[in-house]
Design a protein around this ligand. Structure first.
Ligand code: GLU
Length: 314
């Protein structure tokens, strides 16, 4: 009887623990990108903190899909580009007339430079040279396509100036390797697997993106920045530092996330900063101060509490 009672209480404790667990889904990107491993490792850190949250990741089309899915309550959390978050919050570009005022960043993450990778024999030495070439501009729903559209507009060009393809990040490198396209774009953290692989296995080049028109975009919009890819990051085919134009990755939620949930997530990451930085080379140089820059929309109040407690905010 005593054993039965003990077994019963263990069972009811387990049931209670489960009942008190909140399950949250994080939208990421393609499996060959940086969002997916970073989202997965963030989930692990939060889950291991044992604070009643159970985070899982989903591979998705990327930023624009993620932000729309948070708005539709299909996702609770996501990785997303700072330009997409800013324009969603302010109802601009793809979000024109349809602002998402409830989007709330939790953590500012790594730099996401736009990578323009071309076959060496395509003769593309700068952005404008893509005119007339077969170029993958990014898949629908990706942040890649979103940022490429802004860059094309800044250069006075449009999608019609290229023979456009809209490939997923897992497909584009294979198309390039097979000579079915000349170039592809990918906004991704420095050292992303997809870029490393293609640069190692085909005669490809990483095209510098330091045009004055991009400098003007950075002047106008705080969520853009230049980033330098250190020489040889992508092996022998990238012998020199390359300056790229790009954005920043953010970990976002919305006002649907409670103050406590957002607080617990950010606190778990802050408490495990070393482990977090070790997840991916793109995060290696990140500081806690970087968590608070380039957010594109107001910080979630729960995140604010965690940063204040850590002495990072007044
Ligand atoms: N920035 C890309 C996008 O929003 C995804 C990059 C990644 O998966 O690391 O489409």
């Amino acid at each position: 009887m005593k054993r039965f009672a003990a077994a019963l209480s263990v069972l009811s404790l387990a049931t209670l623990a489960l009942a008190q667990t909140t399950f949250l889904t994080i939208g990421t990107g393609g499996v060959t990108g940086v969002y997916y491993p970073v989202g997965g490792a963030t989930a692990r850190i939060v889950n291991e903190a044992g604070v009643g949250l159970r985070l899982t990741v989903e591979s998705t089309a990327g930023s624009v899909f993620n932000i729309s899915a948070i708005r539709d309550n299909q996702l609770d959390l996501a990785m997303a580009q700072s330009d997409v978050v800013y324009q969603a919050y302010n109802g601009q570009a793809a979000f024109e007339g349809n602002p998402f005022e409830g989007v709330r960043p939790l953590i500012g993450l790594h730099a996401e430079p736009m990578h323009l990778v071309c076959l060496a024999n395509a003769g593309v030495n700068e952005f404008a040279d893509i005119a007339g070439k077969r170029v993958s501009l990014g898949a629908p729903g990706s942040g890649v396509l979103f940022t490429v559209q802004a860059m094309l507009a800044a250069k006075g060009m449009s999608e019609a100036d290229v023979s456009a393809e809209y490939l997923r990040p897992a497909e584009a490198p294979d198309f390039l390797r097979d000579g079915r396209i000349d170039c592809f774009f990918y906004t991704v953290g420095i050292g992303g697997a997809a870029i490393r692989d293609i640069m190692a296995t085909s005669d490809a080049v990483l095209v510098p993106l330091a045009d004055p028109e991009f400098a003007a975009l950075i002047e106008e919009f705080p969520y853009y920045a230049f980033a330098t890819v250190p020489a040889a990051t992508y092996g022998a085919r990238q012998p020199d530092d390359v300056t790229l134009f790009g954005v920043k990755a953010l970990f976002v939620g919305s006002t649907a996330l409670t103050e406590e949930q957002a607080y617990l997530i950010v606190k778990a990451v802050l408490d495990n900063l070393e482990a977090f930085r070790a997840i991916h080379p793109a995060l290696a140089t990140l500081t806690a101060e970087d968590f608070l820059t380039g957010l594109g929309a107001p910080l979630h109040p729960g995140a604010e509490r965690a940063y204040r407690e850590a002495g990072l905010l007044n």
